[in-house]
Write a protein that binds this ligand. Structure first.
Ligand SMILES: Cc1cc2nc3c(=O)[nH]c(=O)nc-3n(C[C@H](O)[C@H](O)[C@H](O)COP(=O)(O)OP(=O)(O)OC[C@H]3O[C@@H](n4cnc5c(N)ncnc54)[C@H](O)[C@@H]3O)c2cc1C
Length: 468
């Protein structure tokens, strides 16, 4: 069986769905197919969350998916709450714009944007259909792109977009098949955590925002025992506050380029802010809009220096924790129940019936050691290197030479307009990418605001190219 469409969107998380929304809003008549194995579009991993405690890490004022209307989420949320939705929000005595919405609710907001865009698109004769399958192969010929799906179907389209999002890290010093993820609990699955002895010790690898979510899940599940967190640098995410605006010091000075210069200047700006009684987060937040430019201008050596020396610091200071989750982590830390240790994970030793044993090496120690807990949670993040992703599509497109790894093997390489670069470095005419696969091109390419901007720009380009 074969269907055809003007545009094939591979992946129906936030990226694929927002691209469809933007395409539907544009004049012209086009048929769009979104291929996504999940039951619902607009959610992906992030917005499939079911726990109210798993919230966005920015407040409503920062998380609109409409680049032309930064207040859109606040407006939607105001109506939603007035209509009786999210009654728990009343417990927080802050304006709606300052609420940190549960991610599952954010998924509903995205889905309503899609429903509205479908109505607008229908007036032009445009449509979006969700095909529930995984794309396992992709071929490009002179006039079209052909997809092979996990159920054996094939689809043909004028253009295809890789909106495949993030793949969970399974990498350990052992092979990916070491069983780490099989032995580990899902950080977001409260039901499975309810099976644990509440007083037992839980081990967590990684100390970023997924760890924060995992701690929220454990608390929700009634766990009251020790939590041992291991991460290479032992850094916890800072809490997100609402700093005032700060002078755009990078916008004014394009001479700052090397990671060392940038860091030095940022440090000076933060100290100047603190001296004036202003939050250090204010200068830091002005850097965000310049990241893509700075990263794409940098040499590979500078990028490597950044990843090696600045990344852990950047992650903990920039990817900040929502306040309620941060308060929980701080409380458990102060009570001595949560302990964070700078240690690198060396592998899974064994996962007997009554628990799990992992090998770690503490920072500054030459010998590794084994620690044991009742359960293990892997929050060590995302696998951006497509060569290591054990899914058919990344493997196939690499093997066919349709894509090449991006800078530092982060995602895949693309031209500035999102057209992927093939193994020879030629920009594809019919194959594009957006969101997390472009991490290596822009460094920050995963957050809601990144995805929303890319979706709008790519939709306009695809609409221009489309002959319809
Ligand atoms: C747990 C979590 C929390 C987050 N919280 C925030 C936050 O608070 N604020 C923020 O700004 N950002 C947050 N992010 C970043 C967030 O990922 C992005 O905002 C957004 O989800 C990226 O959307 P995406 O569609 O590109 O990727 P994903 O959400 O990963 O979706 C990609 C989709 O593609 C599908 N797919 C993959 N391969 C194929 C294939 N071969 N065929 C068909 N379909 C395929 C997958 O099933 C998936 O549904 C969070 C991310 C995670 C994982």
């Amino acid at each position: 069986m074969s269907q055809s469409a003007d545009i094939l969107i591979i992946g129906g998380g936030l990226s694929g769905t927002m691209l469809a929304v933007q395409l539907l809003r544009l004049p012209g008549r086009r048929k769009i197919l979104v291929i996504e194995p999940r039951a619902e579009l607009g959610r992906g991993e992030a917005y499939s969350a079911v726990e109210l405690g798993h919230t966005l890490n920015g407040n409503a004022a920062r998380m609109s998916v409409d680049p032309d209307n930064p207040d859109e989420l606040t407006q939607w949320l105001t109506e939603h709450i007035a209509g009786g939705g999210w009654p728990e929000s009343a417990e927080q005595d802050v304006p709606v714009s300052e609420l940190f919405p549960p991610r599952g609710l954010f998924g509903v907001y995205v889905q309503q944007r899609l429903a509205e865009a479908r109505r607008v698109g229908a007036q032009n004769g445009s449509s979006v259909e969700h095909i529930r399958a995984e794309v396992v192969d992709l071929q490009v010929d002179a006039g079209s792109v052909q997809l092979t799906l996990s159920d054996g179907q094939s689809l043909r389209g004028g253009y295809a977009v890789l909106a495949t999002g993030m793949f969970p890290a399974a990498r350990t010093p052992q092979k990916a098949s070491s069983g780490l993820n099989a032995a580990a609990l899902d950080p977001w699955n409260v039901t499975s955590m309810r099976q644990l002895d509440p007083q037992s010790t839980v081990l967590i690898i990684g100390s970023g925002l997924t760890m924060v979510d995992a701690v929220v899940s454990l608390e929700q599940a009634g766990h009251r025992g020790p939590i041992e967190v291991f991460s290479r640098h032992g850094l916890l995410p800072h809490v997100r506050r609402q700093p005032p605006a700060w002078v755009d010091f990078l916008g004014d000075d394009h001479s700052l380029r090397t990671p060392r210069q940038l860091l030095g200047e940022l440090r000076r700006q933060c100290l100047a802010a603190i001296a004036q009684g202003i939050d250090w987060q204010a200068p830091l937040d002005t850097v965000r809009v310049h990241i893509a430019r700075l990263w794409s201008q940098a040499t590979d050596l500078q990028r490597r220096q950044f990843v090696r020396h600045v990344r852990p610091w950047w992650e903990s200071h920039h990817h900040r924790s929502p306040p309620l989750s941060a308060q929980l982590v701080e409380r458990l830390h102060n009570e001595g129940r949560l302990r964070i240790q700078a240690a690198s994970f060396k592998g899974l030793e064994s996962s007997p019936e009554d628990g799990v044993r992992i090998r770690i090496r503490r920072r500054g120690e030459s010998e590794s050691c084994v620690v044991q807990g009742a359960a293990l949670i892997n929050s060590s993040g995302i696998e951006y290197d497509w060569r290591r992703v054990a899914r058919p599509l990344p493997q196939q497109v690499l093997a066919r030479g349709l894509v090449q790894p991006g800078p530092l093997a982060l995602g895949i390489a693309a031209a500035g307009d999102g057209a992927v670069l093939d193994a020879e470095g030629r920009a594809a005419g019919r194959l594009f990418a957006m969101g997390p696969p472009l991490r290596g091109m822009w460094w920050e390419s995963t957050a809601v605001t990144d995805v929303a901007l890319q979706a709008k720009a790519l939709a306009a380009r695809l609409a221009d190219r489309s002959e319809i």
